[in-house]
Design a protein around this ligand. Structure first.
Ligand code: SAM
Length: 192
């Protein structure tokens, strides 16, 4: 299948189209660093990127990718890779200061499928992330289900997003309408 069938392609397209440049960006689930790399591009010459993952392997993979793309050299201390769980992201940035936060739930492709995001901590991290977003900022979430991931996390995240006040947040939830076997769900949240 082509790139337009991929959830990450669409998330990146929407983020590129909507996000401010040169601001503060958070990758809440670093993995292999593809979202971190996009956020570094948006940060440009002046912005900052903070990326989180609980696995050392994710930090290593991401550092490798950023080095290959010269981002470590270009950004220096403006990009930070942090081995910590995303529900602590509020310890690293001020409230209402962040332009974009990316979540890509689930497990590290090619890694241990048991080390995966979990409903409780994911929801806590989304809530904290929303507080950190500035007015006009956005959050992108790729939600997976089925297989090793199960359904609890997807169902609980969607139920939580339904409770967000429509005056404060616009929540756009998308579907692969004609795909079988529990396709991923891309969600975009825009803060008023
Ligand atoms: N964005 C990544 C990329 O571009 O390759 C893919 C992310 S992968 C689907 C999910 C990642 O979330 C895994 O690397 C996993 O270790 C990480 N993760 C799981 N629980 C986490 C937590 N509580 N805080 C931060 N990262 C977590």
């Amino acid at each position: 299948m082509g790139k337009k069938s991929q959830i990450t392609y669409w998330c990146h397209e929407i983020i590129r189209a909507q996000a401010a440049r040169g601001g503060i960006y958070i990758d809440a689930t670093m993995g292999k660093g593809n979202d971190t790399l996009l956020l570094c591009e948006l940060a440009g010459d002046a912005g900052k990127v903070i990326a989180f993952d609980i696995q050392k392997m994710a930090l290593e993979e991401t550092e490798k990718l950023l080095k290959k793309e010269n981002k470590i050299e270009q950004m220096g201390e403006r990009v930070r890779l942090i081995q910590a769980s995303h529900q602590y992201m509020d310890q690293y940035v001020n409230p209402e200061s962040v332009d974009v936060i990316c979540f890509n739930f689930g497990y590290l492709p090619g890694g241990d499928h048991r080390i995966s995001t979990k409903a409780d901590t994911s929801i806590e991290a989304i809530g904290k992330g929303l507080e950190l977003l500035k007015s006009g900022g956005m959050m992108s979430l790729c939600i997976y289900s089925g297989g090793d991931t199960g359904f609890e996390e997807k169902e609980r995240i969607l139920a939580y997003l339904k409770t967000l006040h429509p005056r404060e947040y616009t929540v756009i939830c998308n579907y692969y309408f004609n795909r079988e076997n529990h396709p991923p769900i891309p969600v975009f949240i825009f803060k008023s």
